[in-house]
Design a protein around this ligand. Structure first.
Ligand SMILES: Cc1ncc(COP(=O)(O)O)c(C=O)c1O
Length: 383
């Protein structure tokens, strides 16, 4: 018998998804207005403890609009994690601002608060009520900590230094729905937060995103900008340049069904992670993923580090070996300061992120991963 393919991560559709989507199809409420959009927004607002939630077509558009409503201007600088999927960095460029890449810390692989503080305190100058990068002379106005892999960034020191210099903090919590920092849900800890419901996320709408904030004016502006900045829906008068970023009802219907299962999905992810962490703890050359004491991680993407001298194989060789056994795995993202797309932006060495990129490998961790499937992965890693 040939072994079945084990994907890295796949959606789990086993609740009311079909029922709610069918209702949209049968009633004709398929587009960017409808009760499911409001309901989905309420569910995410409640889950994150935020006053407002605004649904968007994807996480990238949520980040774009978050930067706009936070007032980031062309030629400003925004600090952002270098070890991330590229979307938040692209969103910084969409508004004409520039990324300042921040290295990861070595333990939990998140944006390093010490590097943020060091840059703001030592490399910037406070002049006439604003903070300027001493080298580029640009104004620094915001920070985007990206909570990667379902684990929180250590946010308190970042929030404290941001307050000191009047910077806005936009949480990229796209990978962190359901996770907590010091018992508080990600997305609601700073000025504004963004989520993604892409197919590989902990819940999915196929494609979708959400902005959450307690700031009423920013919420109003986000809804306005995501619906083409329409001032008059009859005469089609537009107050400014807007975007067609509103999530369709059809997808929000799926989102509602997925949200109903979030608690269960998080619990399953944690079980999968606990099993990997236990079984891989003593394997020479494999460092299992860790969680900080203040983290309520969802282990959205379970990731290990390979010490190639000890394991006698590097992460890419291991990826190919697993692939030959029909087990999918994947390295982390190339740190964005090394990406050809940003090569001319910043010439810096960010050694922790670069090391993690070489050594890390994400392994199968779908909510639907079976026990025999997980055993097969563990056997492949340990044999
Ligand atoms: C950290 C991070 N930010 C932003 C995004 C963008 O979300 P989307 O793909 O929904 O645009 C993603 C994932 O896709 C992500 O992992």
């Amino acid at each position: 018998m040939t072994a079945e393919f084990i994907p890295l991560i796949e959606p789990e559709i086993r609740g009311n998804e079909l029922k709610y989507v069918r209702e949209c199809l049968e009633t004709g409420w398929v587009s960017s207005a409808g009760a499911y959009v409001d309901r989905f927004e309420q569910m995410v607002a409640q889950q994150t403890g935020s006053r407002h939630a605004i649904a968007t077509v994807n996480g990238t558009s949520a980040l774009h609009v978050a930067l706009l409503v936070a007032g980031v201007q062309p030629d400003d600088e925004v600090l952002v994690s270098t070890l991330t999927f590229i979307a938040p960095v692209n969103a910084i460029r969409y508004v004409g601002a520039w990324p300042v890449f921040v290295d990861a810390e070595p333990d939990f692989w998140q944006m390093d608060p010490e590097r943020v503080i060091e840059f703001l305190e030592k490399e910037c100058r406070w002049t006439e009520g604003a903070l300027y990068n001493r080298h580029t002379k640009r104004r620094v106005t915001a920070i985007i900590p990206v909570h990667i892999l379902g684990h929180p960034v250590d946010l308190d020191p970042i929030l404290a230094v941001a307050r000191k210099f009047g910077l806005k903090v936009i949480e990229d919590a796209t990978e962190g729905l359901g996770a907590t920092y010091k018992d508080r849900p990600l997305g609601s800890l700073a000025d504004i937060g963004c989520f993604s419901f892409n197919g590989n996320k902990i819940i999915t709408t196929g494609g979708g995103g959400m902005i959450v904030t307690d700031n009423e004016e920013w919420a109003r502006k986000s809804k306005y900008l995501t619906t083409q900045a329409k001032d008059d829906p009859i005469e089609y008068i537009h107050g400014e340049i807007g975007y067609n970023y509103r999530l369709p009802n059809l997808l929000a219907a799926m989102g509602c069904a997925q949200m109903e299962q979030l608690v269960e999905f998080v619990a399953t992810k944690r079980q999968i992670a606990a099993c990997y962490s236990q079984k891989l703890a003593n394997v020479p050359g494999i460092v299992p993923m860790k969680a900080a004491p203040w983290a309520g991680s969802t282990y959205w993407m379970y990731t290990i580090l390979i010490e190639e001298d000890v394991y006698r194989m590097d992460s890419r060789q291991l990826m190919r070996k697993l692939g030959s056994q029909k087990i999918q795995s994947r390295p982390l993202w190339q740190p964005i300061h090394k990406s050809p797309a940003y090569a001319s932006t910043n010439i810096v060495d960010l050694p922790v992120a670069e090391g993690l990129f070489r050594r890390a490998l994400s392994i199968p961790c779908s909510v639907g991963l079976s026990d025999p499937g997980q055993d097969r992965v563990i056997t492949a890693l340990t044999s």
